[in-house]
Write a new protein. Structure first.
Length: 526
C-alpha cells in the first residue's frame, strides 16, 4: 500500500496538507508576591520553556510576557499581544508556558481561549504539566488545571480579603488617605502606617468650621481656600464635606454594613460633621464674620511676593490703615488709601458707559460671543469629563487588585497616586466653567446692570456687598504693582471682560459708523 499511496492520492485528488506551523512562542508571567514565594521566577520559566523547545525541535519565533501581570482576567496587554501574534502568524504552532496557571487563572474563559487556538492549529503546552490535548481525556485534564488555577485564585482572594477586613475593623486604613492627609510610612505594613494631617488638612479643618458655623457658603469657602493656596473646586469640596474619614470614621466596601472608628486624627468633630450633612443645615440663615470696614480688600488682595491673602493693621499715630502679608513678607505693606484708589481705577476700566450707544446692540453682541465661547468650552469640558471617568475606572481597578492581593503596596501607591493626581488636575480644569446656553440671557442682563454701577456699588455698599463685588469680578483675587500704582488681576469674570472689550469698541463708533464682529473677536479671547 505504501508504494501505491502516492498513485491513489493522485487518482482521487487527495492533497496532503503540510504542517507549516512548526514554530513556537514562549509566554512567561509572574506577580511580585508569587516570585518571592515560589521558585517560578521569569528566568526560571523561560529556561524550562527553552529546554523543552530544544528537546522537541521547536524553533522559537518570539517571546512574550516577561513582566508582572495579574491573571485574574485575560485583558492583559502582553497576553493579548501574544494571542494576536499567534493567530496572525501562520507559522506558529505552539505556545510554550511553564504551567497552566502562568497562562491564565480565569477558569472557563482560559479553556475557551485554548480551544479556539487549537481550532487554528495552535497547541498550548505547559512544559511542567505533561498533558496530551489531542484526545478527550487530555482536554479534560487541561480544563481541570485551568479550573484549579481559578479555584486557587479565589482562595487567595478570600484569604487576602479576610486579612484586610480584620485590619479595617481594627481601625487601620489600607489605601492612600484622602486629601488633607498624608502617610509618612506608606512603604511599610498597614499596621505601621502613620497618617497625619498636612497643611491642606489644616486649611480643611478651618473650612469644616466655616461650614459648620454657616460662616460662609460653599462657594465662598472654595474661593477662600483657592486664595490661601489650596486649588479646589466647589464640587470636590462638597465631596470632602461628605466624607466621614475627616471625622475619624472609616466606611469601606469590604465591610459595607459596618462603621469603624479609625486610628487617624479627625479634623472635624462627629457632631459638626453630622450638622453639616443633615438636611436642616441647608436652610440655616447664613451669618458672616465681621471684618474691618476700613479694610474691605482683605478677602481678595494677595501678596505680590508669596501670593497669600493679605491682612491689615492700624497705625494709631498716623490714624491710617495698612494691608500687610500674612506670611510677613518684607517690603509689601500697602496703604489702604492707595490700595482703594488703585482698585477704584480698576473698576473704572470695567464700568460700562452707554452714552451714545444703542442699549439693544450690546446684549445681542455679548450673547453671540458668550454662545461662541460656551460652545467651545462644552466640547472641552465633555472631553475632560470623559478622561476623568476613564481615570477613575483605572483607579478602581488598581484598588480592587490591591484589595485582592494581586499587587503589592509599593506598586499600588505608585499608580494610585498617579491616577489621583491626574484626576485632581483634570478637576481643576472644570473649576470655572463658562456660562451654559440656558442662563446666558439672564447673566447678560444682570451683568450689564451691575457693570453700569461698579464704583457706586463698591463706594456706597456695605462690607458684604463690597466682598461680593470683588469676588464676582475677580474670583481668584488680585495683587498690586506698587511701582506702577495699579492692581494686577489673576482672572477676571468672563462676562465683565467681554463687557469691557465690547464697550470699548462700541464707544469708538458713537457717530454711527459700522462695526465688524472681527473687531470684537480680536479683543475677546476664551
Amino acid at each position: 500500500m505504501s508504494q501505491n499511496k502516492k498513485e491513489f492520492e493522485k487518482l482521487f485528488g487527495i492533497k496532503v496538507k503540510k504542517n507549516n506551523r512548526n514554530k513556537a512562542i514562549i509566554y512567561t508571567r509572574v506577580s511580585t508576591k508569587e516570585q518571592a514565594e515560589n521558585n517560578t521566577s521569569l528566568s526560571t520559566q523561560k529556561r524550562f520553556c527553552e529546554d523543552y523547545a530544544l528537546k522537541n525541535g521547536y524553533e522559537i519565533a518570539e517571546y512574550f510576557g516577561g513582566t508582572y501581570e495579574s491573571a485574574k482576567t485575560d485583558e492583559r496587554k502582553e497576553f493579548q499581544k501574544m494571542i494576536k501574534y499567534a493567530r496572525q502568524n501562520l507559522t506558529i504552532g505552539y505556545i510554550l508556558i511553564y504551567s497552566y496557571d502562568r497562562f491564565s487563572r480565569s477558569g472557563a474563559n482560559a479553556s475557551y481561549i485554548a480551544d479556539e487556538l487549537k481550532k487554528q492549529g495552535i497547541t498550548l503546552i505547559a512544559v511542567t504539566q505533561k498533558v496530551d490535548t489531542s484526545n478527550a481525556g487530555g482536554l479534560m485534564q487541561q480544563d481541570f488545571f485551568f479550573l484549579l488555577s481559578r479555584f486557587d485564585n479565589e482562595m487567595r482572594k478570600d484569604k487576602t480579603k479576610t486579612g484586610m477586613t480584620e485590619l479595617l475593623r481594627k481601625g487601620y486604613w489600607l489605601w492612600s488617605p484622602p486629601r488633607g492627609y498624608e502617610n509618612t510610612n506608606k512603604f511599610h505594613r498597614a499596621v505601621d502606617w502613620n497618617i497625619i494631617v498636612n497643611n491642606e488638612g489644616e486649611l480643611l479643618r478651618e473650612a469644616f468650621q466655616w461650614r459648620a458655623k454657616n460662616t460662609y457658603s460653599s462657594a465662598e469657602i472654595t474661593r477662600k481656600l483657592n486664595l490661601l493656596g489650596m486649588k479646589i473646586d466647589e464640587r470636590r469640596l462638597s465631596e470632602i464635606f461628605k466624607n466621614p474619614f475627616y471625622c475619624g470614621i472609616m466606611i469601606s466596601k469590604l465591610i459595607p454594613d459596618e462603621i469603624v472608628i479609625g486610628n487617624h486624627e479627625a479634623i472635624v468633630s462627629q457632631e459638626d460633621f453630622l450638622k453639616i450633612n443633615t438636611p436642616e443645615s441647608k436652610v440655616i440663615t447664613k451669618t458672616y464674620v465681621p471684618t474691618s470696614d476700613e479694610l474691605p480688600l482683605k478677602t481678595s488682595i494677595c501678596c505680590p511676593k508669596c501670593g497669600h491673602l493679605m491682612t491689615g493693621f492700624f497705625v494709631q499715630i498716623r490714624n491710617l490703615h495698612y494691608y500687610k502679608c500674612q506670611k510677613k513678607c518684607t517690603g509689601v505693606n500697602l496703604s489702604a488709601i492707595k490700595a482703594h484708589l488703585w482698585f477704584q481705577d480698576t473698576l473704572n476700566e470695567y464700568q460700562l458707559n452707554l452714552t451714545g450707544i444703542d442699549g439693544e446692540i450690546l446684549p445681542e453682541i455679548m450673547k453671540m460671543k458668550l454662545e461662541e465661547l460656551s460652545k467651545t468650552d462644552t466640547n472641552e469640558i465633555a472631553a475632560v469629563k470623559t478622561k476623568i471617568t476613564q481615570t477613575k475606572k483605572e483607579l478602581e481597578t488598581i484598588e480592587e487588585r490591591y484589595a485582592t492581593g494581586k499587587i503589592d503596596t509599593l506598586i499600588y501607591n505608585k499608580y494610585s497616586e498617579k491616577c489621583k493626581q491626574e484626576i485632581l488636575e483634570l478637576d481643576e480644569k472644570l473649576t470655572n466653567p463658562n456660562l451654559s446656553s440656558s442662563n446666558i440671557e439672564k447673566c447678560i442682563k444682570n451683568g450689564l446692570k451691575t457693570a453700569l454701577k461698579l464704583r457706586k456699588i463698591w463706594n456706597s455698599g456695605n462690607l458684604f456687598e463690597k466682598h461680593k463685588l470683588q469676588h464676582l469680578l475677580f474670583p481668584e483675587g488680585f495683587t498690586y504693582d506698587k511701582q506702577n500704582k495699579r492692581v494686577l488681576t489673576f482672572r477676571t469674570n468672563i462676562l465683565f471682560e467681554i463687557t469691557r472689550s465690547i464697550s470699548s469698541v462700541l464707544s469708538g463708533i458713537k457717530n454711527g459708523n459700522s462695526i465688524k464682529n472681527d473687531q470684537i473677536s480680536a479683543l475677546v479671547t476664551p
